[in-house]
Design a protein around this ligand. Structure first.
Ligand SMILES: [Cu+2]
Length: 645
């Protein structure tokens, strides 16, 4: 063990000797806002912990306050510590306190950090597309701060709500083994955090490493409340691919000029579909769009270096293509699971999905266009504005014209399958693909949208989304509490395993209206049972591609096809050897996807389309996974500060 971390920190008034003494500190809540267990703090957060401790001990007030402020302005103001460092903070730290970020990063060990206040939901004025509005953010940032952690770390994040809306945060893709209380979907695993209240999200990152995202999981607030989760491998464990020189986070999103909550409220009142967004963003920037000049995000690279791009689609409703002019990239991971590496010039990524890819800066010095555009292969309206960003080599002469590129056409279905068909689990000895080979629950779920009468809508009708003809009605109490405390009347566990009537799901049904039923119905699974779900897209009203997300589990994508699933022949073609493992998968337009998972996580878990518009319309359901019999097979008791409805 090298003698880091503390001697590398060159705070003005902290000598190396004094810093070393702090290594074995156990600071408890009574004397500071922190409790640290374990021999060494996770080094990704060590700087802020150290600072906070020094500050609270009063030894180097001025210096530490300054550092904390550098780390995060919000925290600086409140003199509380952050457990994450943003990409920008890392640069600041590099420049300010630490000699060698890479070294620091690799020294992290397991730790539990509790802190007084990590994230605050606040309103912030923001200008994009030459227009200013107030948005809801975490700590004033869009995208929000990155959470850096390491596999096996416990993460504790207190969310304090300082806005007028109810808020929850979902840690998208985090397995949440036995800790469903921290999963976040409003009215599914928790009641919302009301204005003025706070809640401590407490979970452990078990058996996962890679990139995920966090986002609000109530109404449409995730439009501006989202950010990256970076889970580094355990200390001393290398990536199963060549070590990149640097890592860059790229968050793709959508932007509305209007207030997004007003957009969805208006749609609910009228019964008409909500307005589409006005632009797409790369790390919060749209780039130049018709009618508004804006510089756009720049990805700075050094010639010859390799970068791990952690690409996240945090958009509400749009599946996206991502492309860098003149450069192929090598995909190595999706949804925090390693894949067999493959080279591609275009990435297809749906809302809620993440893709890690290696980019080698091996082209001529210059500027290269990065383009992000939507995919929509049906008649549904979509924001067709391409977001523009740039890859810029160090040494590029000012005002150099960029090398251009074009993304696939908006309806380029073959481009989406060209990408997804290449995705395979790494399936190495160290990272095996544990695909369930037998199936206890064989489920066939039709997914689609319909039009139902709506007495309260000004148009008299509204769109609904359904699974097996059930449009999910959100309860007013959290499902997980109802399950845990055995409260009746909140949900039923009779969700149908197959559609109520069988028809040619992908035939000419666009004029067909099934008149969905409404219900808060869940499907019950015994602990450790194995599940196969065939998600069957339908052509009722409008066929559409649906990125489906399952909470609490990763699943294996064992099969995929166009048209109707054939239960006799299609399973023969399933890939049970090395199917991609992920948490969100795109069900092709008028096609199907087959997924498998093992119900080894007790709790209540949401399954829904990750297009927010479809979730709003009811394209969702929940699984109840009962406790097992053995130790560690039961859901943990709820935290004492769990919000009430
Ligand atoms: Cu959908």
């Amino acid at each position: 063990m090298k003698s880091w971390p503390y001697e590398m920190i060159k705070l003005k008034n902290v000598g190396v000797r004094k810093a070393k003494q702090m290594r074995d500190l156990e600071i408890d809540r009574q004397t500071s806002p922190l409790i640290i267990h374990g021999p060494l703090p996770t080094t990704t957060i060590a700087n802020s912990i150290l600072c906070s401790y020094i500050y609270s001990s009063g030894r180097v007030r001025g210096t530490c306050k300054q550092v904390i402020k550098e780390l995060d302005p919000t925290i600086g103001k409140h003199l509380e510590v952050s457990m994450y460092l943003t990409e920008e903070s890392r640069l600041t730290i590099d420049g300010f306190a630490c000699k060698n970020w890479e070294l620091i990063k690799n020294l992290a060990v397991k730790i539990t950090v509790y802190n007084g206040c990590c994230k605050q939901v606040v309103q912030t004025n923001t200008t994009k597309l030459c227009s200013t509005k107030s948005i809801v953010t975490i700590n004033g940032k869009f995208p929000g701060p990155t959470i850096y952690a390491r596999e096996d770390d416990s993460v504790n994040i207190r969310l304090t709500n300082k806005v007028q809306y109810n808020v929850t945060i979902h840690w998208h893709g985090v397995r949440q083994l036995r800790t469903g209380w921290a999963d976040g979907p409003a009215y599914v695993t928790q009641c919302p955090i009301q204005p003025g209240q706070s809640y401590l999200y407490n979970f452990t990152l078990t058996g996962q490493r890679g990139t995920l995202l966090w986002h609000a999981h109530i109404s449409w607030l995730r439009a501006t409340i989202h950010g990256a989760i970076v889970i580094l491998p355990k200390k001393g464990v290398p990536y199963p691919f060549p070590k990149p020189d640097k890592e860059k986070i790229i968050i793709l999103s959508e932007w509305w000029k209007a207030d997004v909550e007003a957009v969805i409220n208006q749609s609910t009142i009228t019964g008409l579909p909500p307005n589409i967004s006005d632009a797409h963003t790369v790390n919060g920037q749209t780039g130049a769009v018709p009618g508004c000049i804006s510089p756009g995000f720049t990805l700075h690279v050094d010639s010859g270096k390799t970068y791990l791009l952690r690409i996240i689609n945090a958009a509400l409703n749009d599946e996206l293509f991502f492309k860098i002019a003149g450069h192929n990239i090598t995909v190595v991971e999706v949804d925090a699971t390693y894949t067999k590496p493959f080279s591609t010039d275009t990435i297809f990524i749906g809302p809620g999905q993440t893709t890690n890819a290696l980019l080698t800066a091996d082209k001529s010095i210059g500027k290269y266009l990065i383009a992000v555009s939507p995919f929509m292969d049906t008649v549904v309206a979509v924001d067709n504005v391409t977001a523009i960003a740039f890859l810029r080599y160090k040494g590029t002469i000012a005002f150099s014209p960029p090398v251009l590129t074009t993304t696939p056409a908006i309806n380029a279905t073959p481009a989406t399958s060209a990408f997804t068909d290449k995705l395979r689990s790494l399936n190495s000895k160290k990272y095996p693909a544990n695909v369930p080979l037998t199936v206890d629950h064989n489920l066939y779920f039709t997914i689609g949208v319909g039009i139902d009468p709506c007495a309260t809508c000004t148009t008299g009708s509204h769109a609904v989304g359904d699974i097996n003809n059930v449009s999910f009605i959100m309860p007013t109490k959290a499902l997980l509490e109802a399950h845990y405390y055995n409260i009746s009347g909140v949900f039923t566990d009779d969700f149908p395993a197959k559609p109520p009537i069988s028809f040619n799901y992908t035939g000419n049904n666009t004029a067909m209206n099934l008149r969905t039923t409404n219900g808060t119905r869940a499907y019950r699974l015994a602990f450790n049972s194995t599940v196969q779900i065939v998600l069957q897209g339908t052509t009722v009203i409008a066929p559409e591609s649906h990125p489906f997300h399952l909470h609490g589990f990763n699943f294996f994508v064992v099969g995929k096809g166009l048209g109707n699933f054939d239960p006799d022949n299609d399973p023969k073609k399933f890939n049970l050897a090395d199917p991609v493992e992920r948490n969100t998968v795109s069900v092709p337009t008028a096609g199907w996807i087959a997924i498998r998972f093992k119900a080894d996580n007790p709790g209540v878990w949401f399954l829904h389309c990750h297009l927010e518009v479809h979730t709003t319309w009811g394209l969702k359901m929940a699984f109840v996974v009962d406790n097992g019999k053995g130790p560690d097979e039961s859901i943990l008791p709820p935290p004492s500060d769990l919000p009430t409805c």
